[in-house]
Design a protein around this ligand. Structure first.
Ligand SMILES: [Zn+2]
Ligand SMILES: [Zn+2]
Length: 369
């Protein structure tokens, strides 16, 4: 019998390697052999038990791979076949509820489903005991049922570059929620992987001026190579004054990606009157933020919008990664083999050696480098 190795979090605080049997596929299913999975801060929150989800779980939602097996109906409907390279969206939407029908499938309202009653997000909240148990990217294989959103990846994309499809899709969601268009000025708060990719996505949508704020100079320098015109290190200068100097009327759009309450509160001070603020960073459960309603919002008619997951973002992300000359690989500072998953997580947790993005090559053993 062929078995599949996967890392499972049986309960908060622990992770171990488990073996699953190779699943049988129905005609509408497919199986992805994972090649790369990106380590996300969310994975650490899962390990720490911060998200209030049911365990056991297999983490990993930033995965790409090749089709190892595909049912006949799935192959016909999707136009895919064995060996095709694919990215799979994190959310399994129902395709039928009001939100799905409006195209906001990231807000899918159907909870009551047999395949994953406790949740529908790969690597986040689908319990590992839901058959066939392959619901996360820290695994040699991931199962994709009929409702999965599977995107073909062109051959010219290296696996490393392809591993950025999901975070770049999240960035495109935020940029498109803001309605960034040609000539717009954009301030991005937070030079983490999502913030840096948000700069690239805003540029791809035609942003005229892109400015990024943050504290770590090495990351701010990467932002400039991702297309930012200016970076503001808030450790050394006053962010408000610095934005004012670059954009006297304020930015058309401000996108907060750091997930810090104080930064989200500050974001309304960088935007012009009538502008848009997108809050894309998760601050943690039940974290309040405070605005001065009249001065900050009402008198200036500021639109404040949330951005959740990546709906509509995979297509432009794959397009940009395959057509752009930007050196996106630069974001991946740390590479690991499959045996190194615990090491990768600890490096990300401890921010080892300036780690920006850590990516695991699930097809090799231990090869940290
Ligand atoms: Zn992520
Ligand atoms: Zn739905």
């Amino acid at each position: 019998m062929i078995t599949v190795s996967a890392y499972e979090i049986p309960e908060p605080g622990r992770m171990h390697l488990v073996q699953r049997s190779f699943p049988e596929l129905a005609p509408e299913d497919l199986l992805v052999r994972v090649h790369r999975v990106g380590v996300c801060a969310t994975d650490l929150h899962l390990l720490d038990g911060d998200l209030g989800v049911a365990y056991p779980l297999i983490p990993g939602h930033e995965f790409v791979g090749e089709i190892a097996a595909i049912g006949s109906a799935a192959a016909r409907r999707r136009g895919l076949r064995d060996g095709d390279r694919v990215a799979v969206e994190m959310l399994l939407p129902c395709h039928n509820c009001d939100q799905c029908r409006r195209g906001r499938y990231n807000l899918c309202e159907l909870d009551d489903r047999s395949v994953a009653a406790a949740g529908r997000q790969y690597g986040i909240n689908i319990p590992a005991h839901t058959p066939p148990g392959l619901w996360g990217g820290y695994s040699e294989y991931v199962f994709a049922p009929q409702e999965a959103l599977v995107h073909w990846i062109p051959d010219n994309l290296s696996w490393d570059r392809a591993s950025l499809v999901e975070p770049l899709a999240v960035a495109f969601r935020a940029v498109d929620r803001a309605g960034v268009g040609p000539g717009d000025s954009v301030v991005v708060i937070g030079p983490g992987p999502i913030g840096l990719l948000t700069v690239a996505a805003a540029r791809a949508r035609g942003a005229g001026t892109a400015v990024i704020t943050g504290t770590r100079q090495s990351r701010l320098d990467v932002a400039v190579r991702m297309g930012a015109d200016a970076s503001i290190n808030v450790r050394s200068v006053d962010a408000f004054a610095a934005v004012k100097e670059l954009l006297p009327k304020g930015a058309d759009v401000v996108i907060e990606t750091a997930g810090q309450a104080s930064a989200q509160e500050e974001s309304v001070h960088f935007v012009r009157r009538g502008g848009v603020v997108v809050l894309a960073g998760a601050c943690g459960s039940r974290v309040p933020i405070t605005f001065h309603q009249d001065e900050d919002i009402l008198l200036n008619e500021i639109d404040i919008r949330g951005s959740f997951l990546s709906a509509g973002g995979f297509e432009p992300a794959i397009e940009l990664l395959s057509s752009s000359e930007l050196h996106f690989e630069e974001l991946i500072t740390h590479h690991y083999g499959f045996a190194d998953v615990p090491l990768a997580l600890s490096h990300v947790r401890d921010r080892e050696q300036g780690v920006l993005k850590a990516v695991i090559n699930t097809t090799t053993g231990g090869s940290h480098g």
